[in-house]
Ligand binder design. Structure first.
Ligand code: ADP
Length: 185
């Protein structure tokens, strides 16, 4: 599904984010930035070992050794990936909805877009942050992701935003949500 928001495109597709040829792809990382399972593991594997070294440098130099807080974003190069850059963000773990999870998830999308804009990147691909191991309900996550991205794109000339879903079922959830948001617009 394709939507147009101002001068910008917002596209939903089913696919593997590590194959996307956008300027930047977003990683649903964990606070350690040292890699993990799911999309994080796939991105580290496809990018090669240099991305792990880059993440370790970010931990030391930008975060003073601390973990990346939930909702925040950092950037590295993409190394062996088709994408030139990777923005690493940490989604919230779903704890039933009482631990500020919706606001933190919105921050992931907002901060990733701000980071891409700051680096003059004009195309970005997101995975469905937090809806894997972190168990955020996908219908709710889709509404938050798409509402945040649509309002960002209304306010900023950017380029192309893609959400790369890993299953047809997730794609259908995001499509239903985007259709609803575009009707209300
Ligand atoms: P989180 O810990 O934020 O929940 P996960 O990696 O467990 O992150 O899952 C986030 C989403 O990414 C899930 O929908 C999962 O199916 C999906 N995913 C896993 N591998 C890939 C991939 N290579 N490309 C795109 N999406 C992926």
């Amino acid at each position: 599904m394709d939507a147009t928001i101002g001068q910008n495109g917002l596209k939903l597709m089913v696919g593997d984010i590590t194959l996307q040829k956008t300027d930047v792809i977003v990683n649903a990382a964990n606070g350690t930035l040292l890699g993990g399972g799911g999309v994080d593991g796939a991105i580290h594997k496809a990018a090669g070992e240099e991305i792990l070294d880059a993440c370790k440098r970010v931990r030391e130099e930008e975060l003073s050794g601390r973990q990346l807080p939930t909702g925040e974003a950092v950037i590295t190069k993409g190394y062996n990936l088709p994408a030139s850059y990777v923005i690493h963000t940490v989604g919230p773990v779903w704890e039933g909805g009482t631990a500020n999870e919706p606001t933190l998830l919105a921050s992931c999308y907002e901060n990733a877009m701000q980071m891409a804009l700051k680096h003059q990147l004009t195309s970005i691909a997101f995975p469905s942050i937090s809806t894997g191991v972190y168990s955020f309900p996908v219908e709710f996550a889709a509404d938050i992701a798409l509402t945040t991205l649509v309002s960002f794109l209304k306010e900023h000339p950017f380029g192309q935003v893609m959400i790369t879903l890993f299953s047809e079922a997730d794609y259908d959830v995001y499509k239903t949500s985007l259709e609803k948001i575009m009707e209300e617009k």
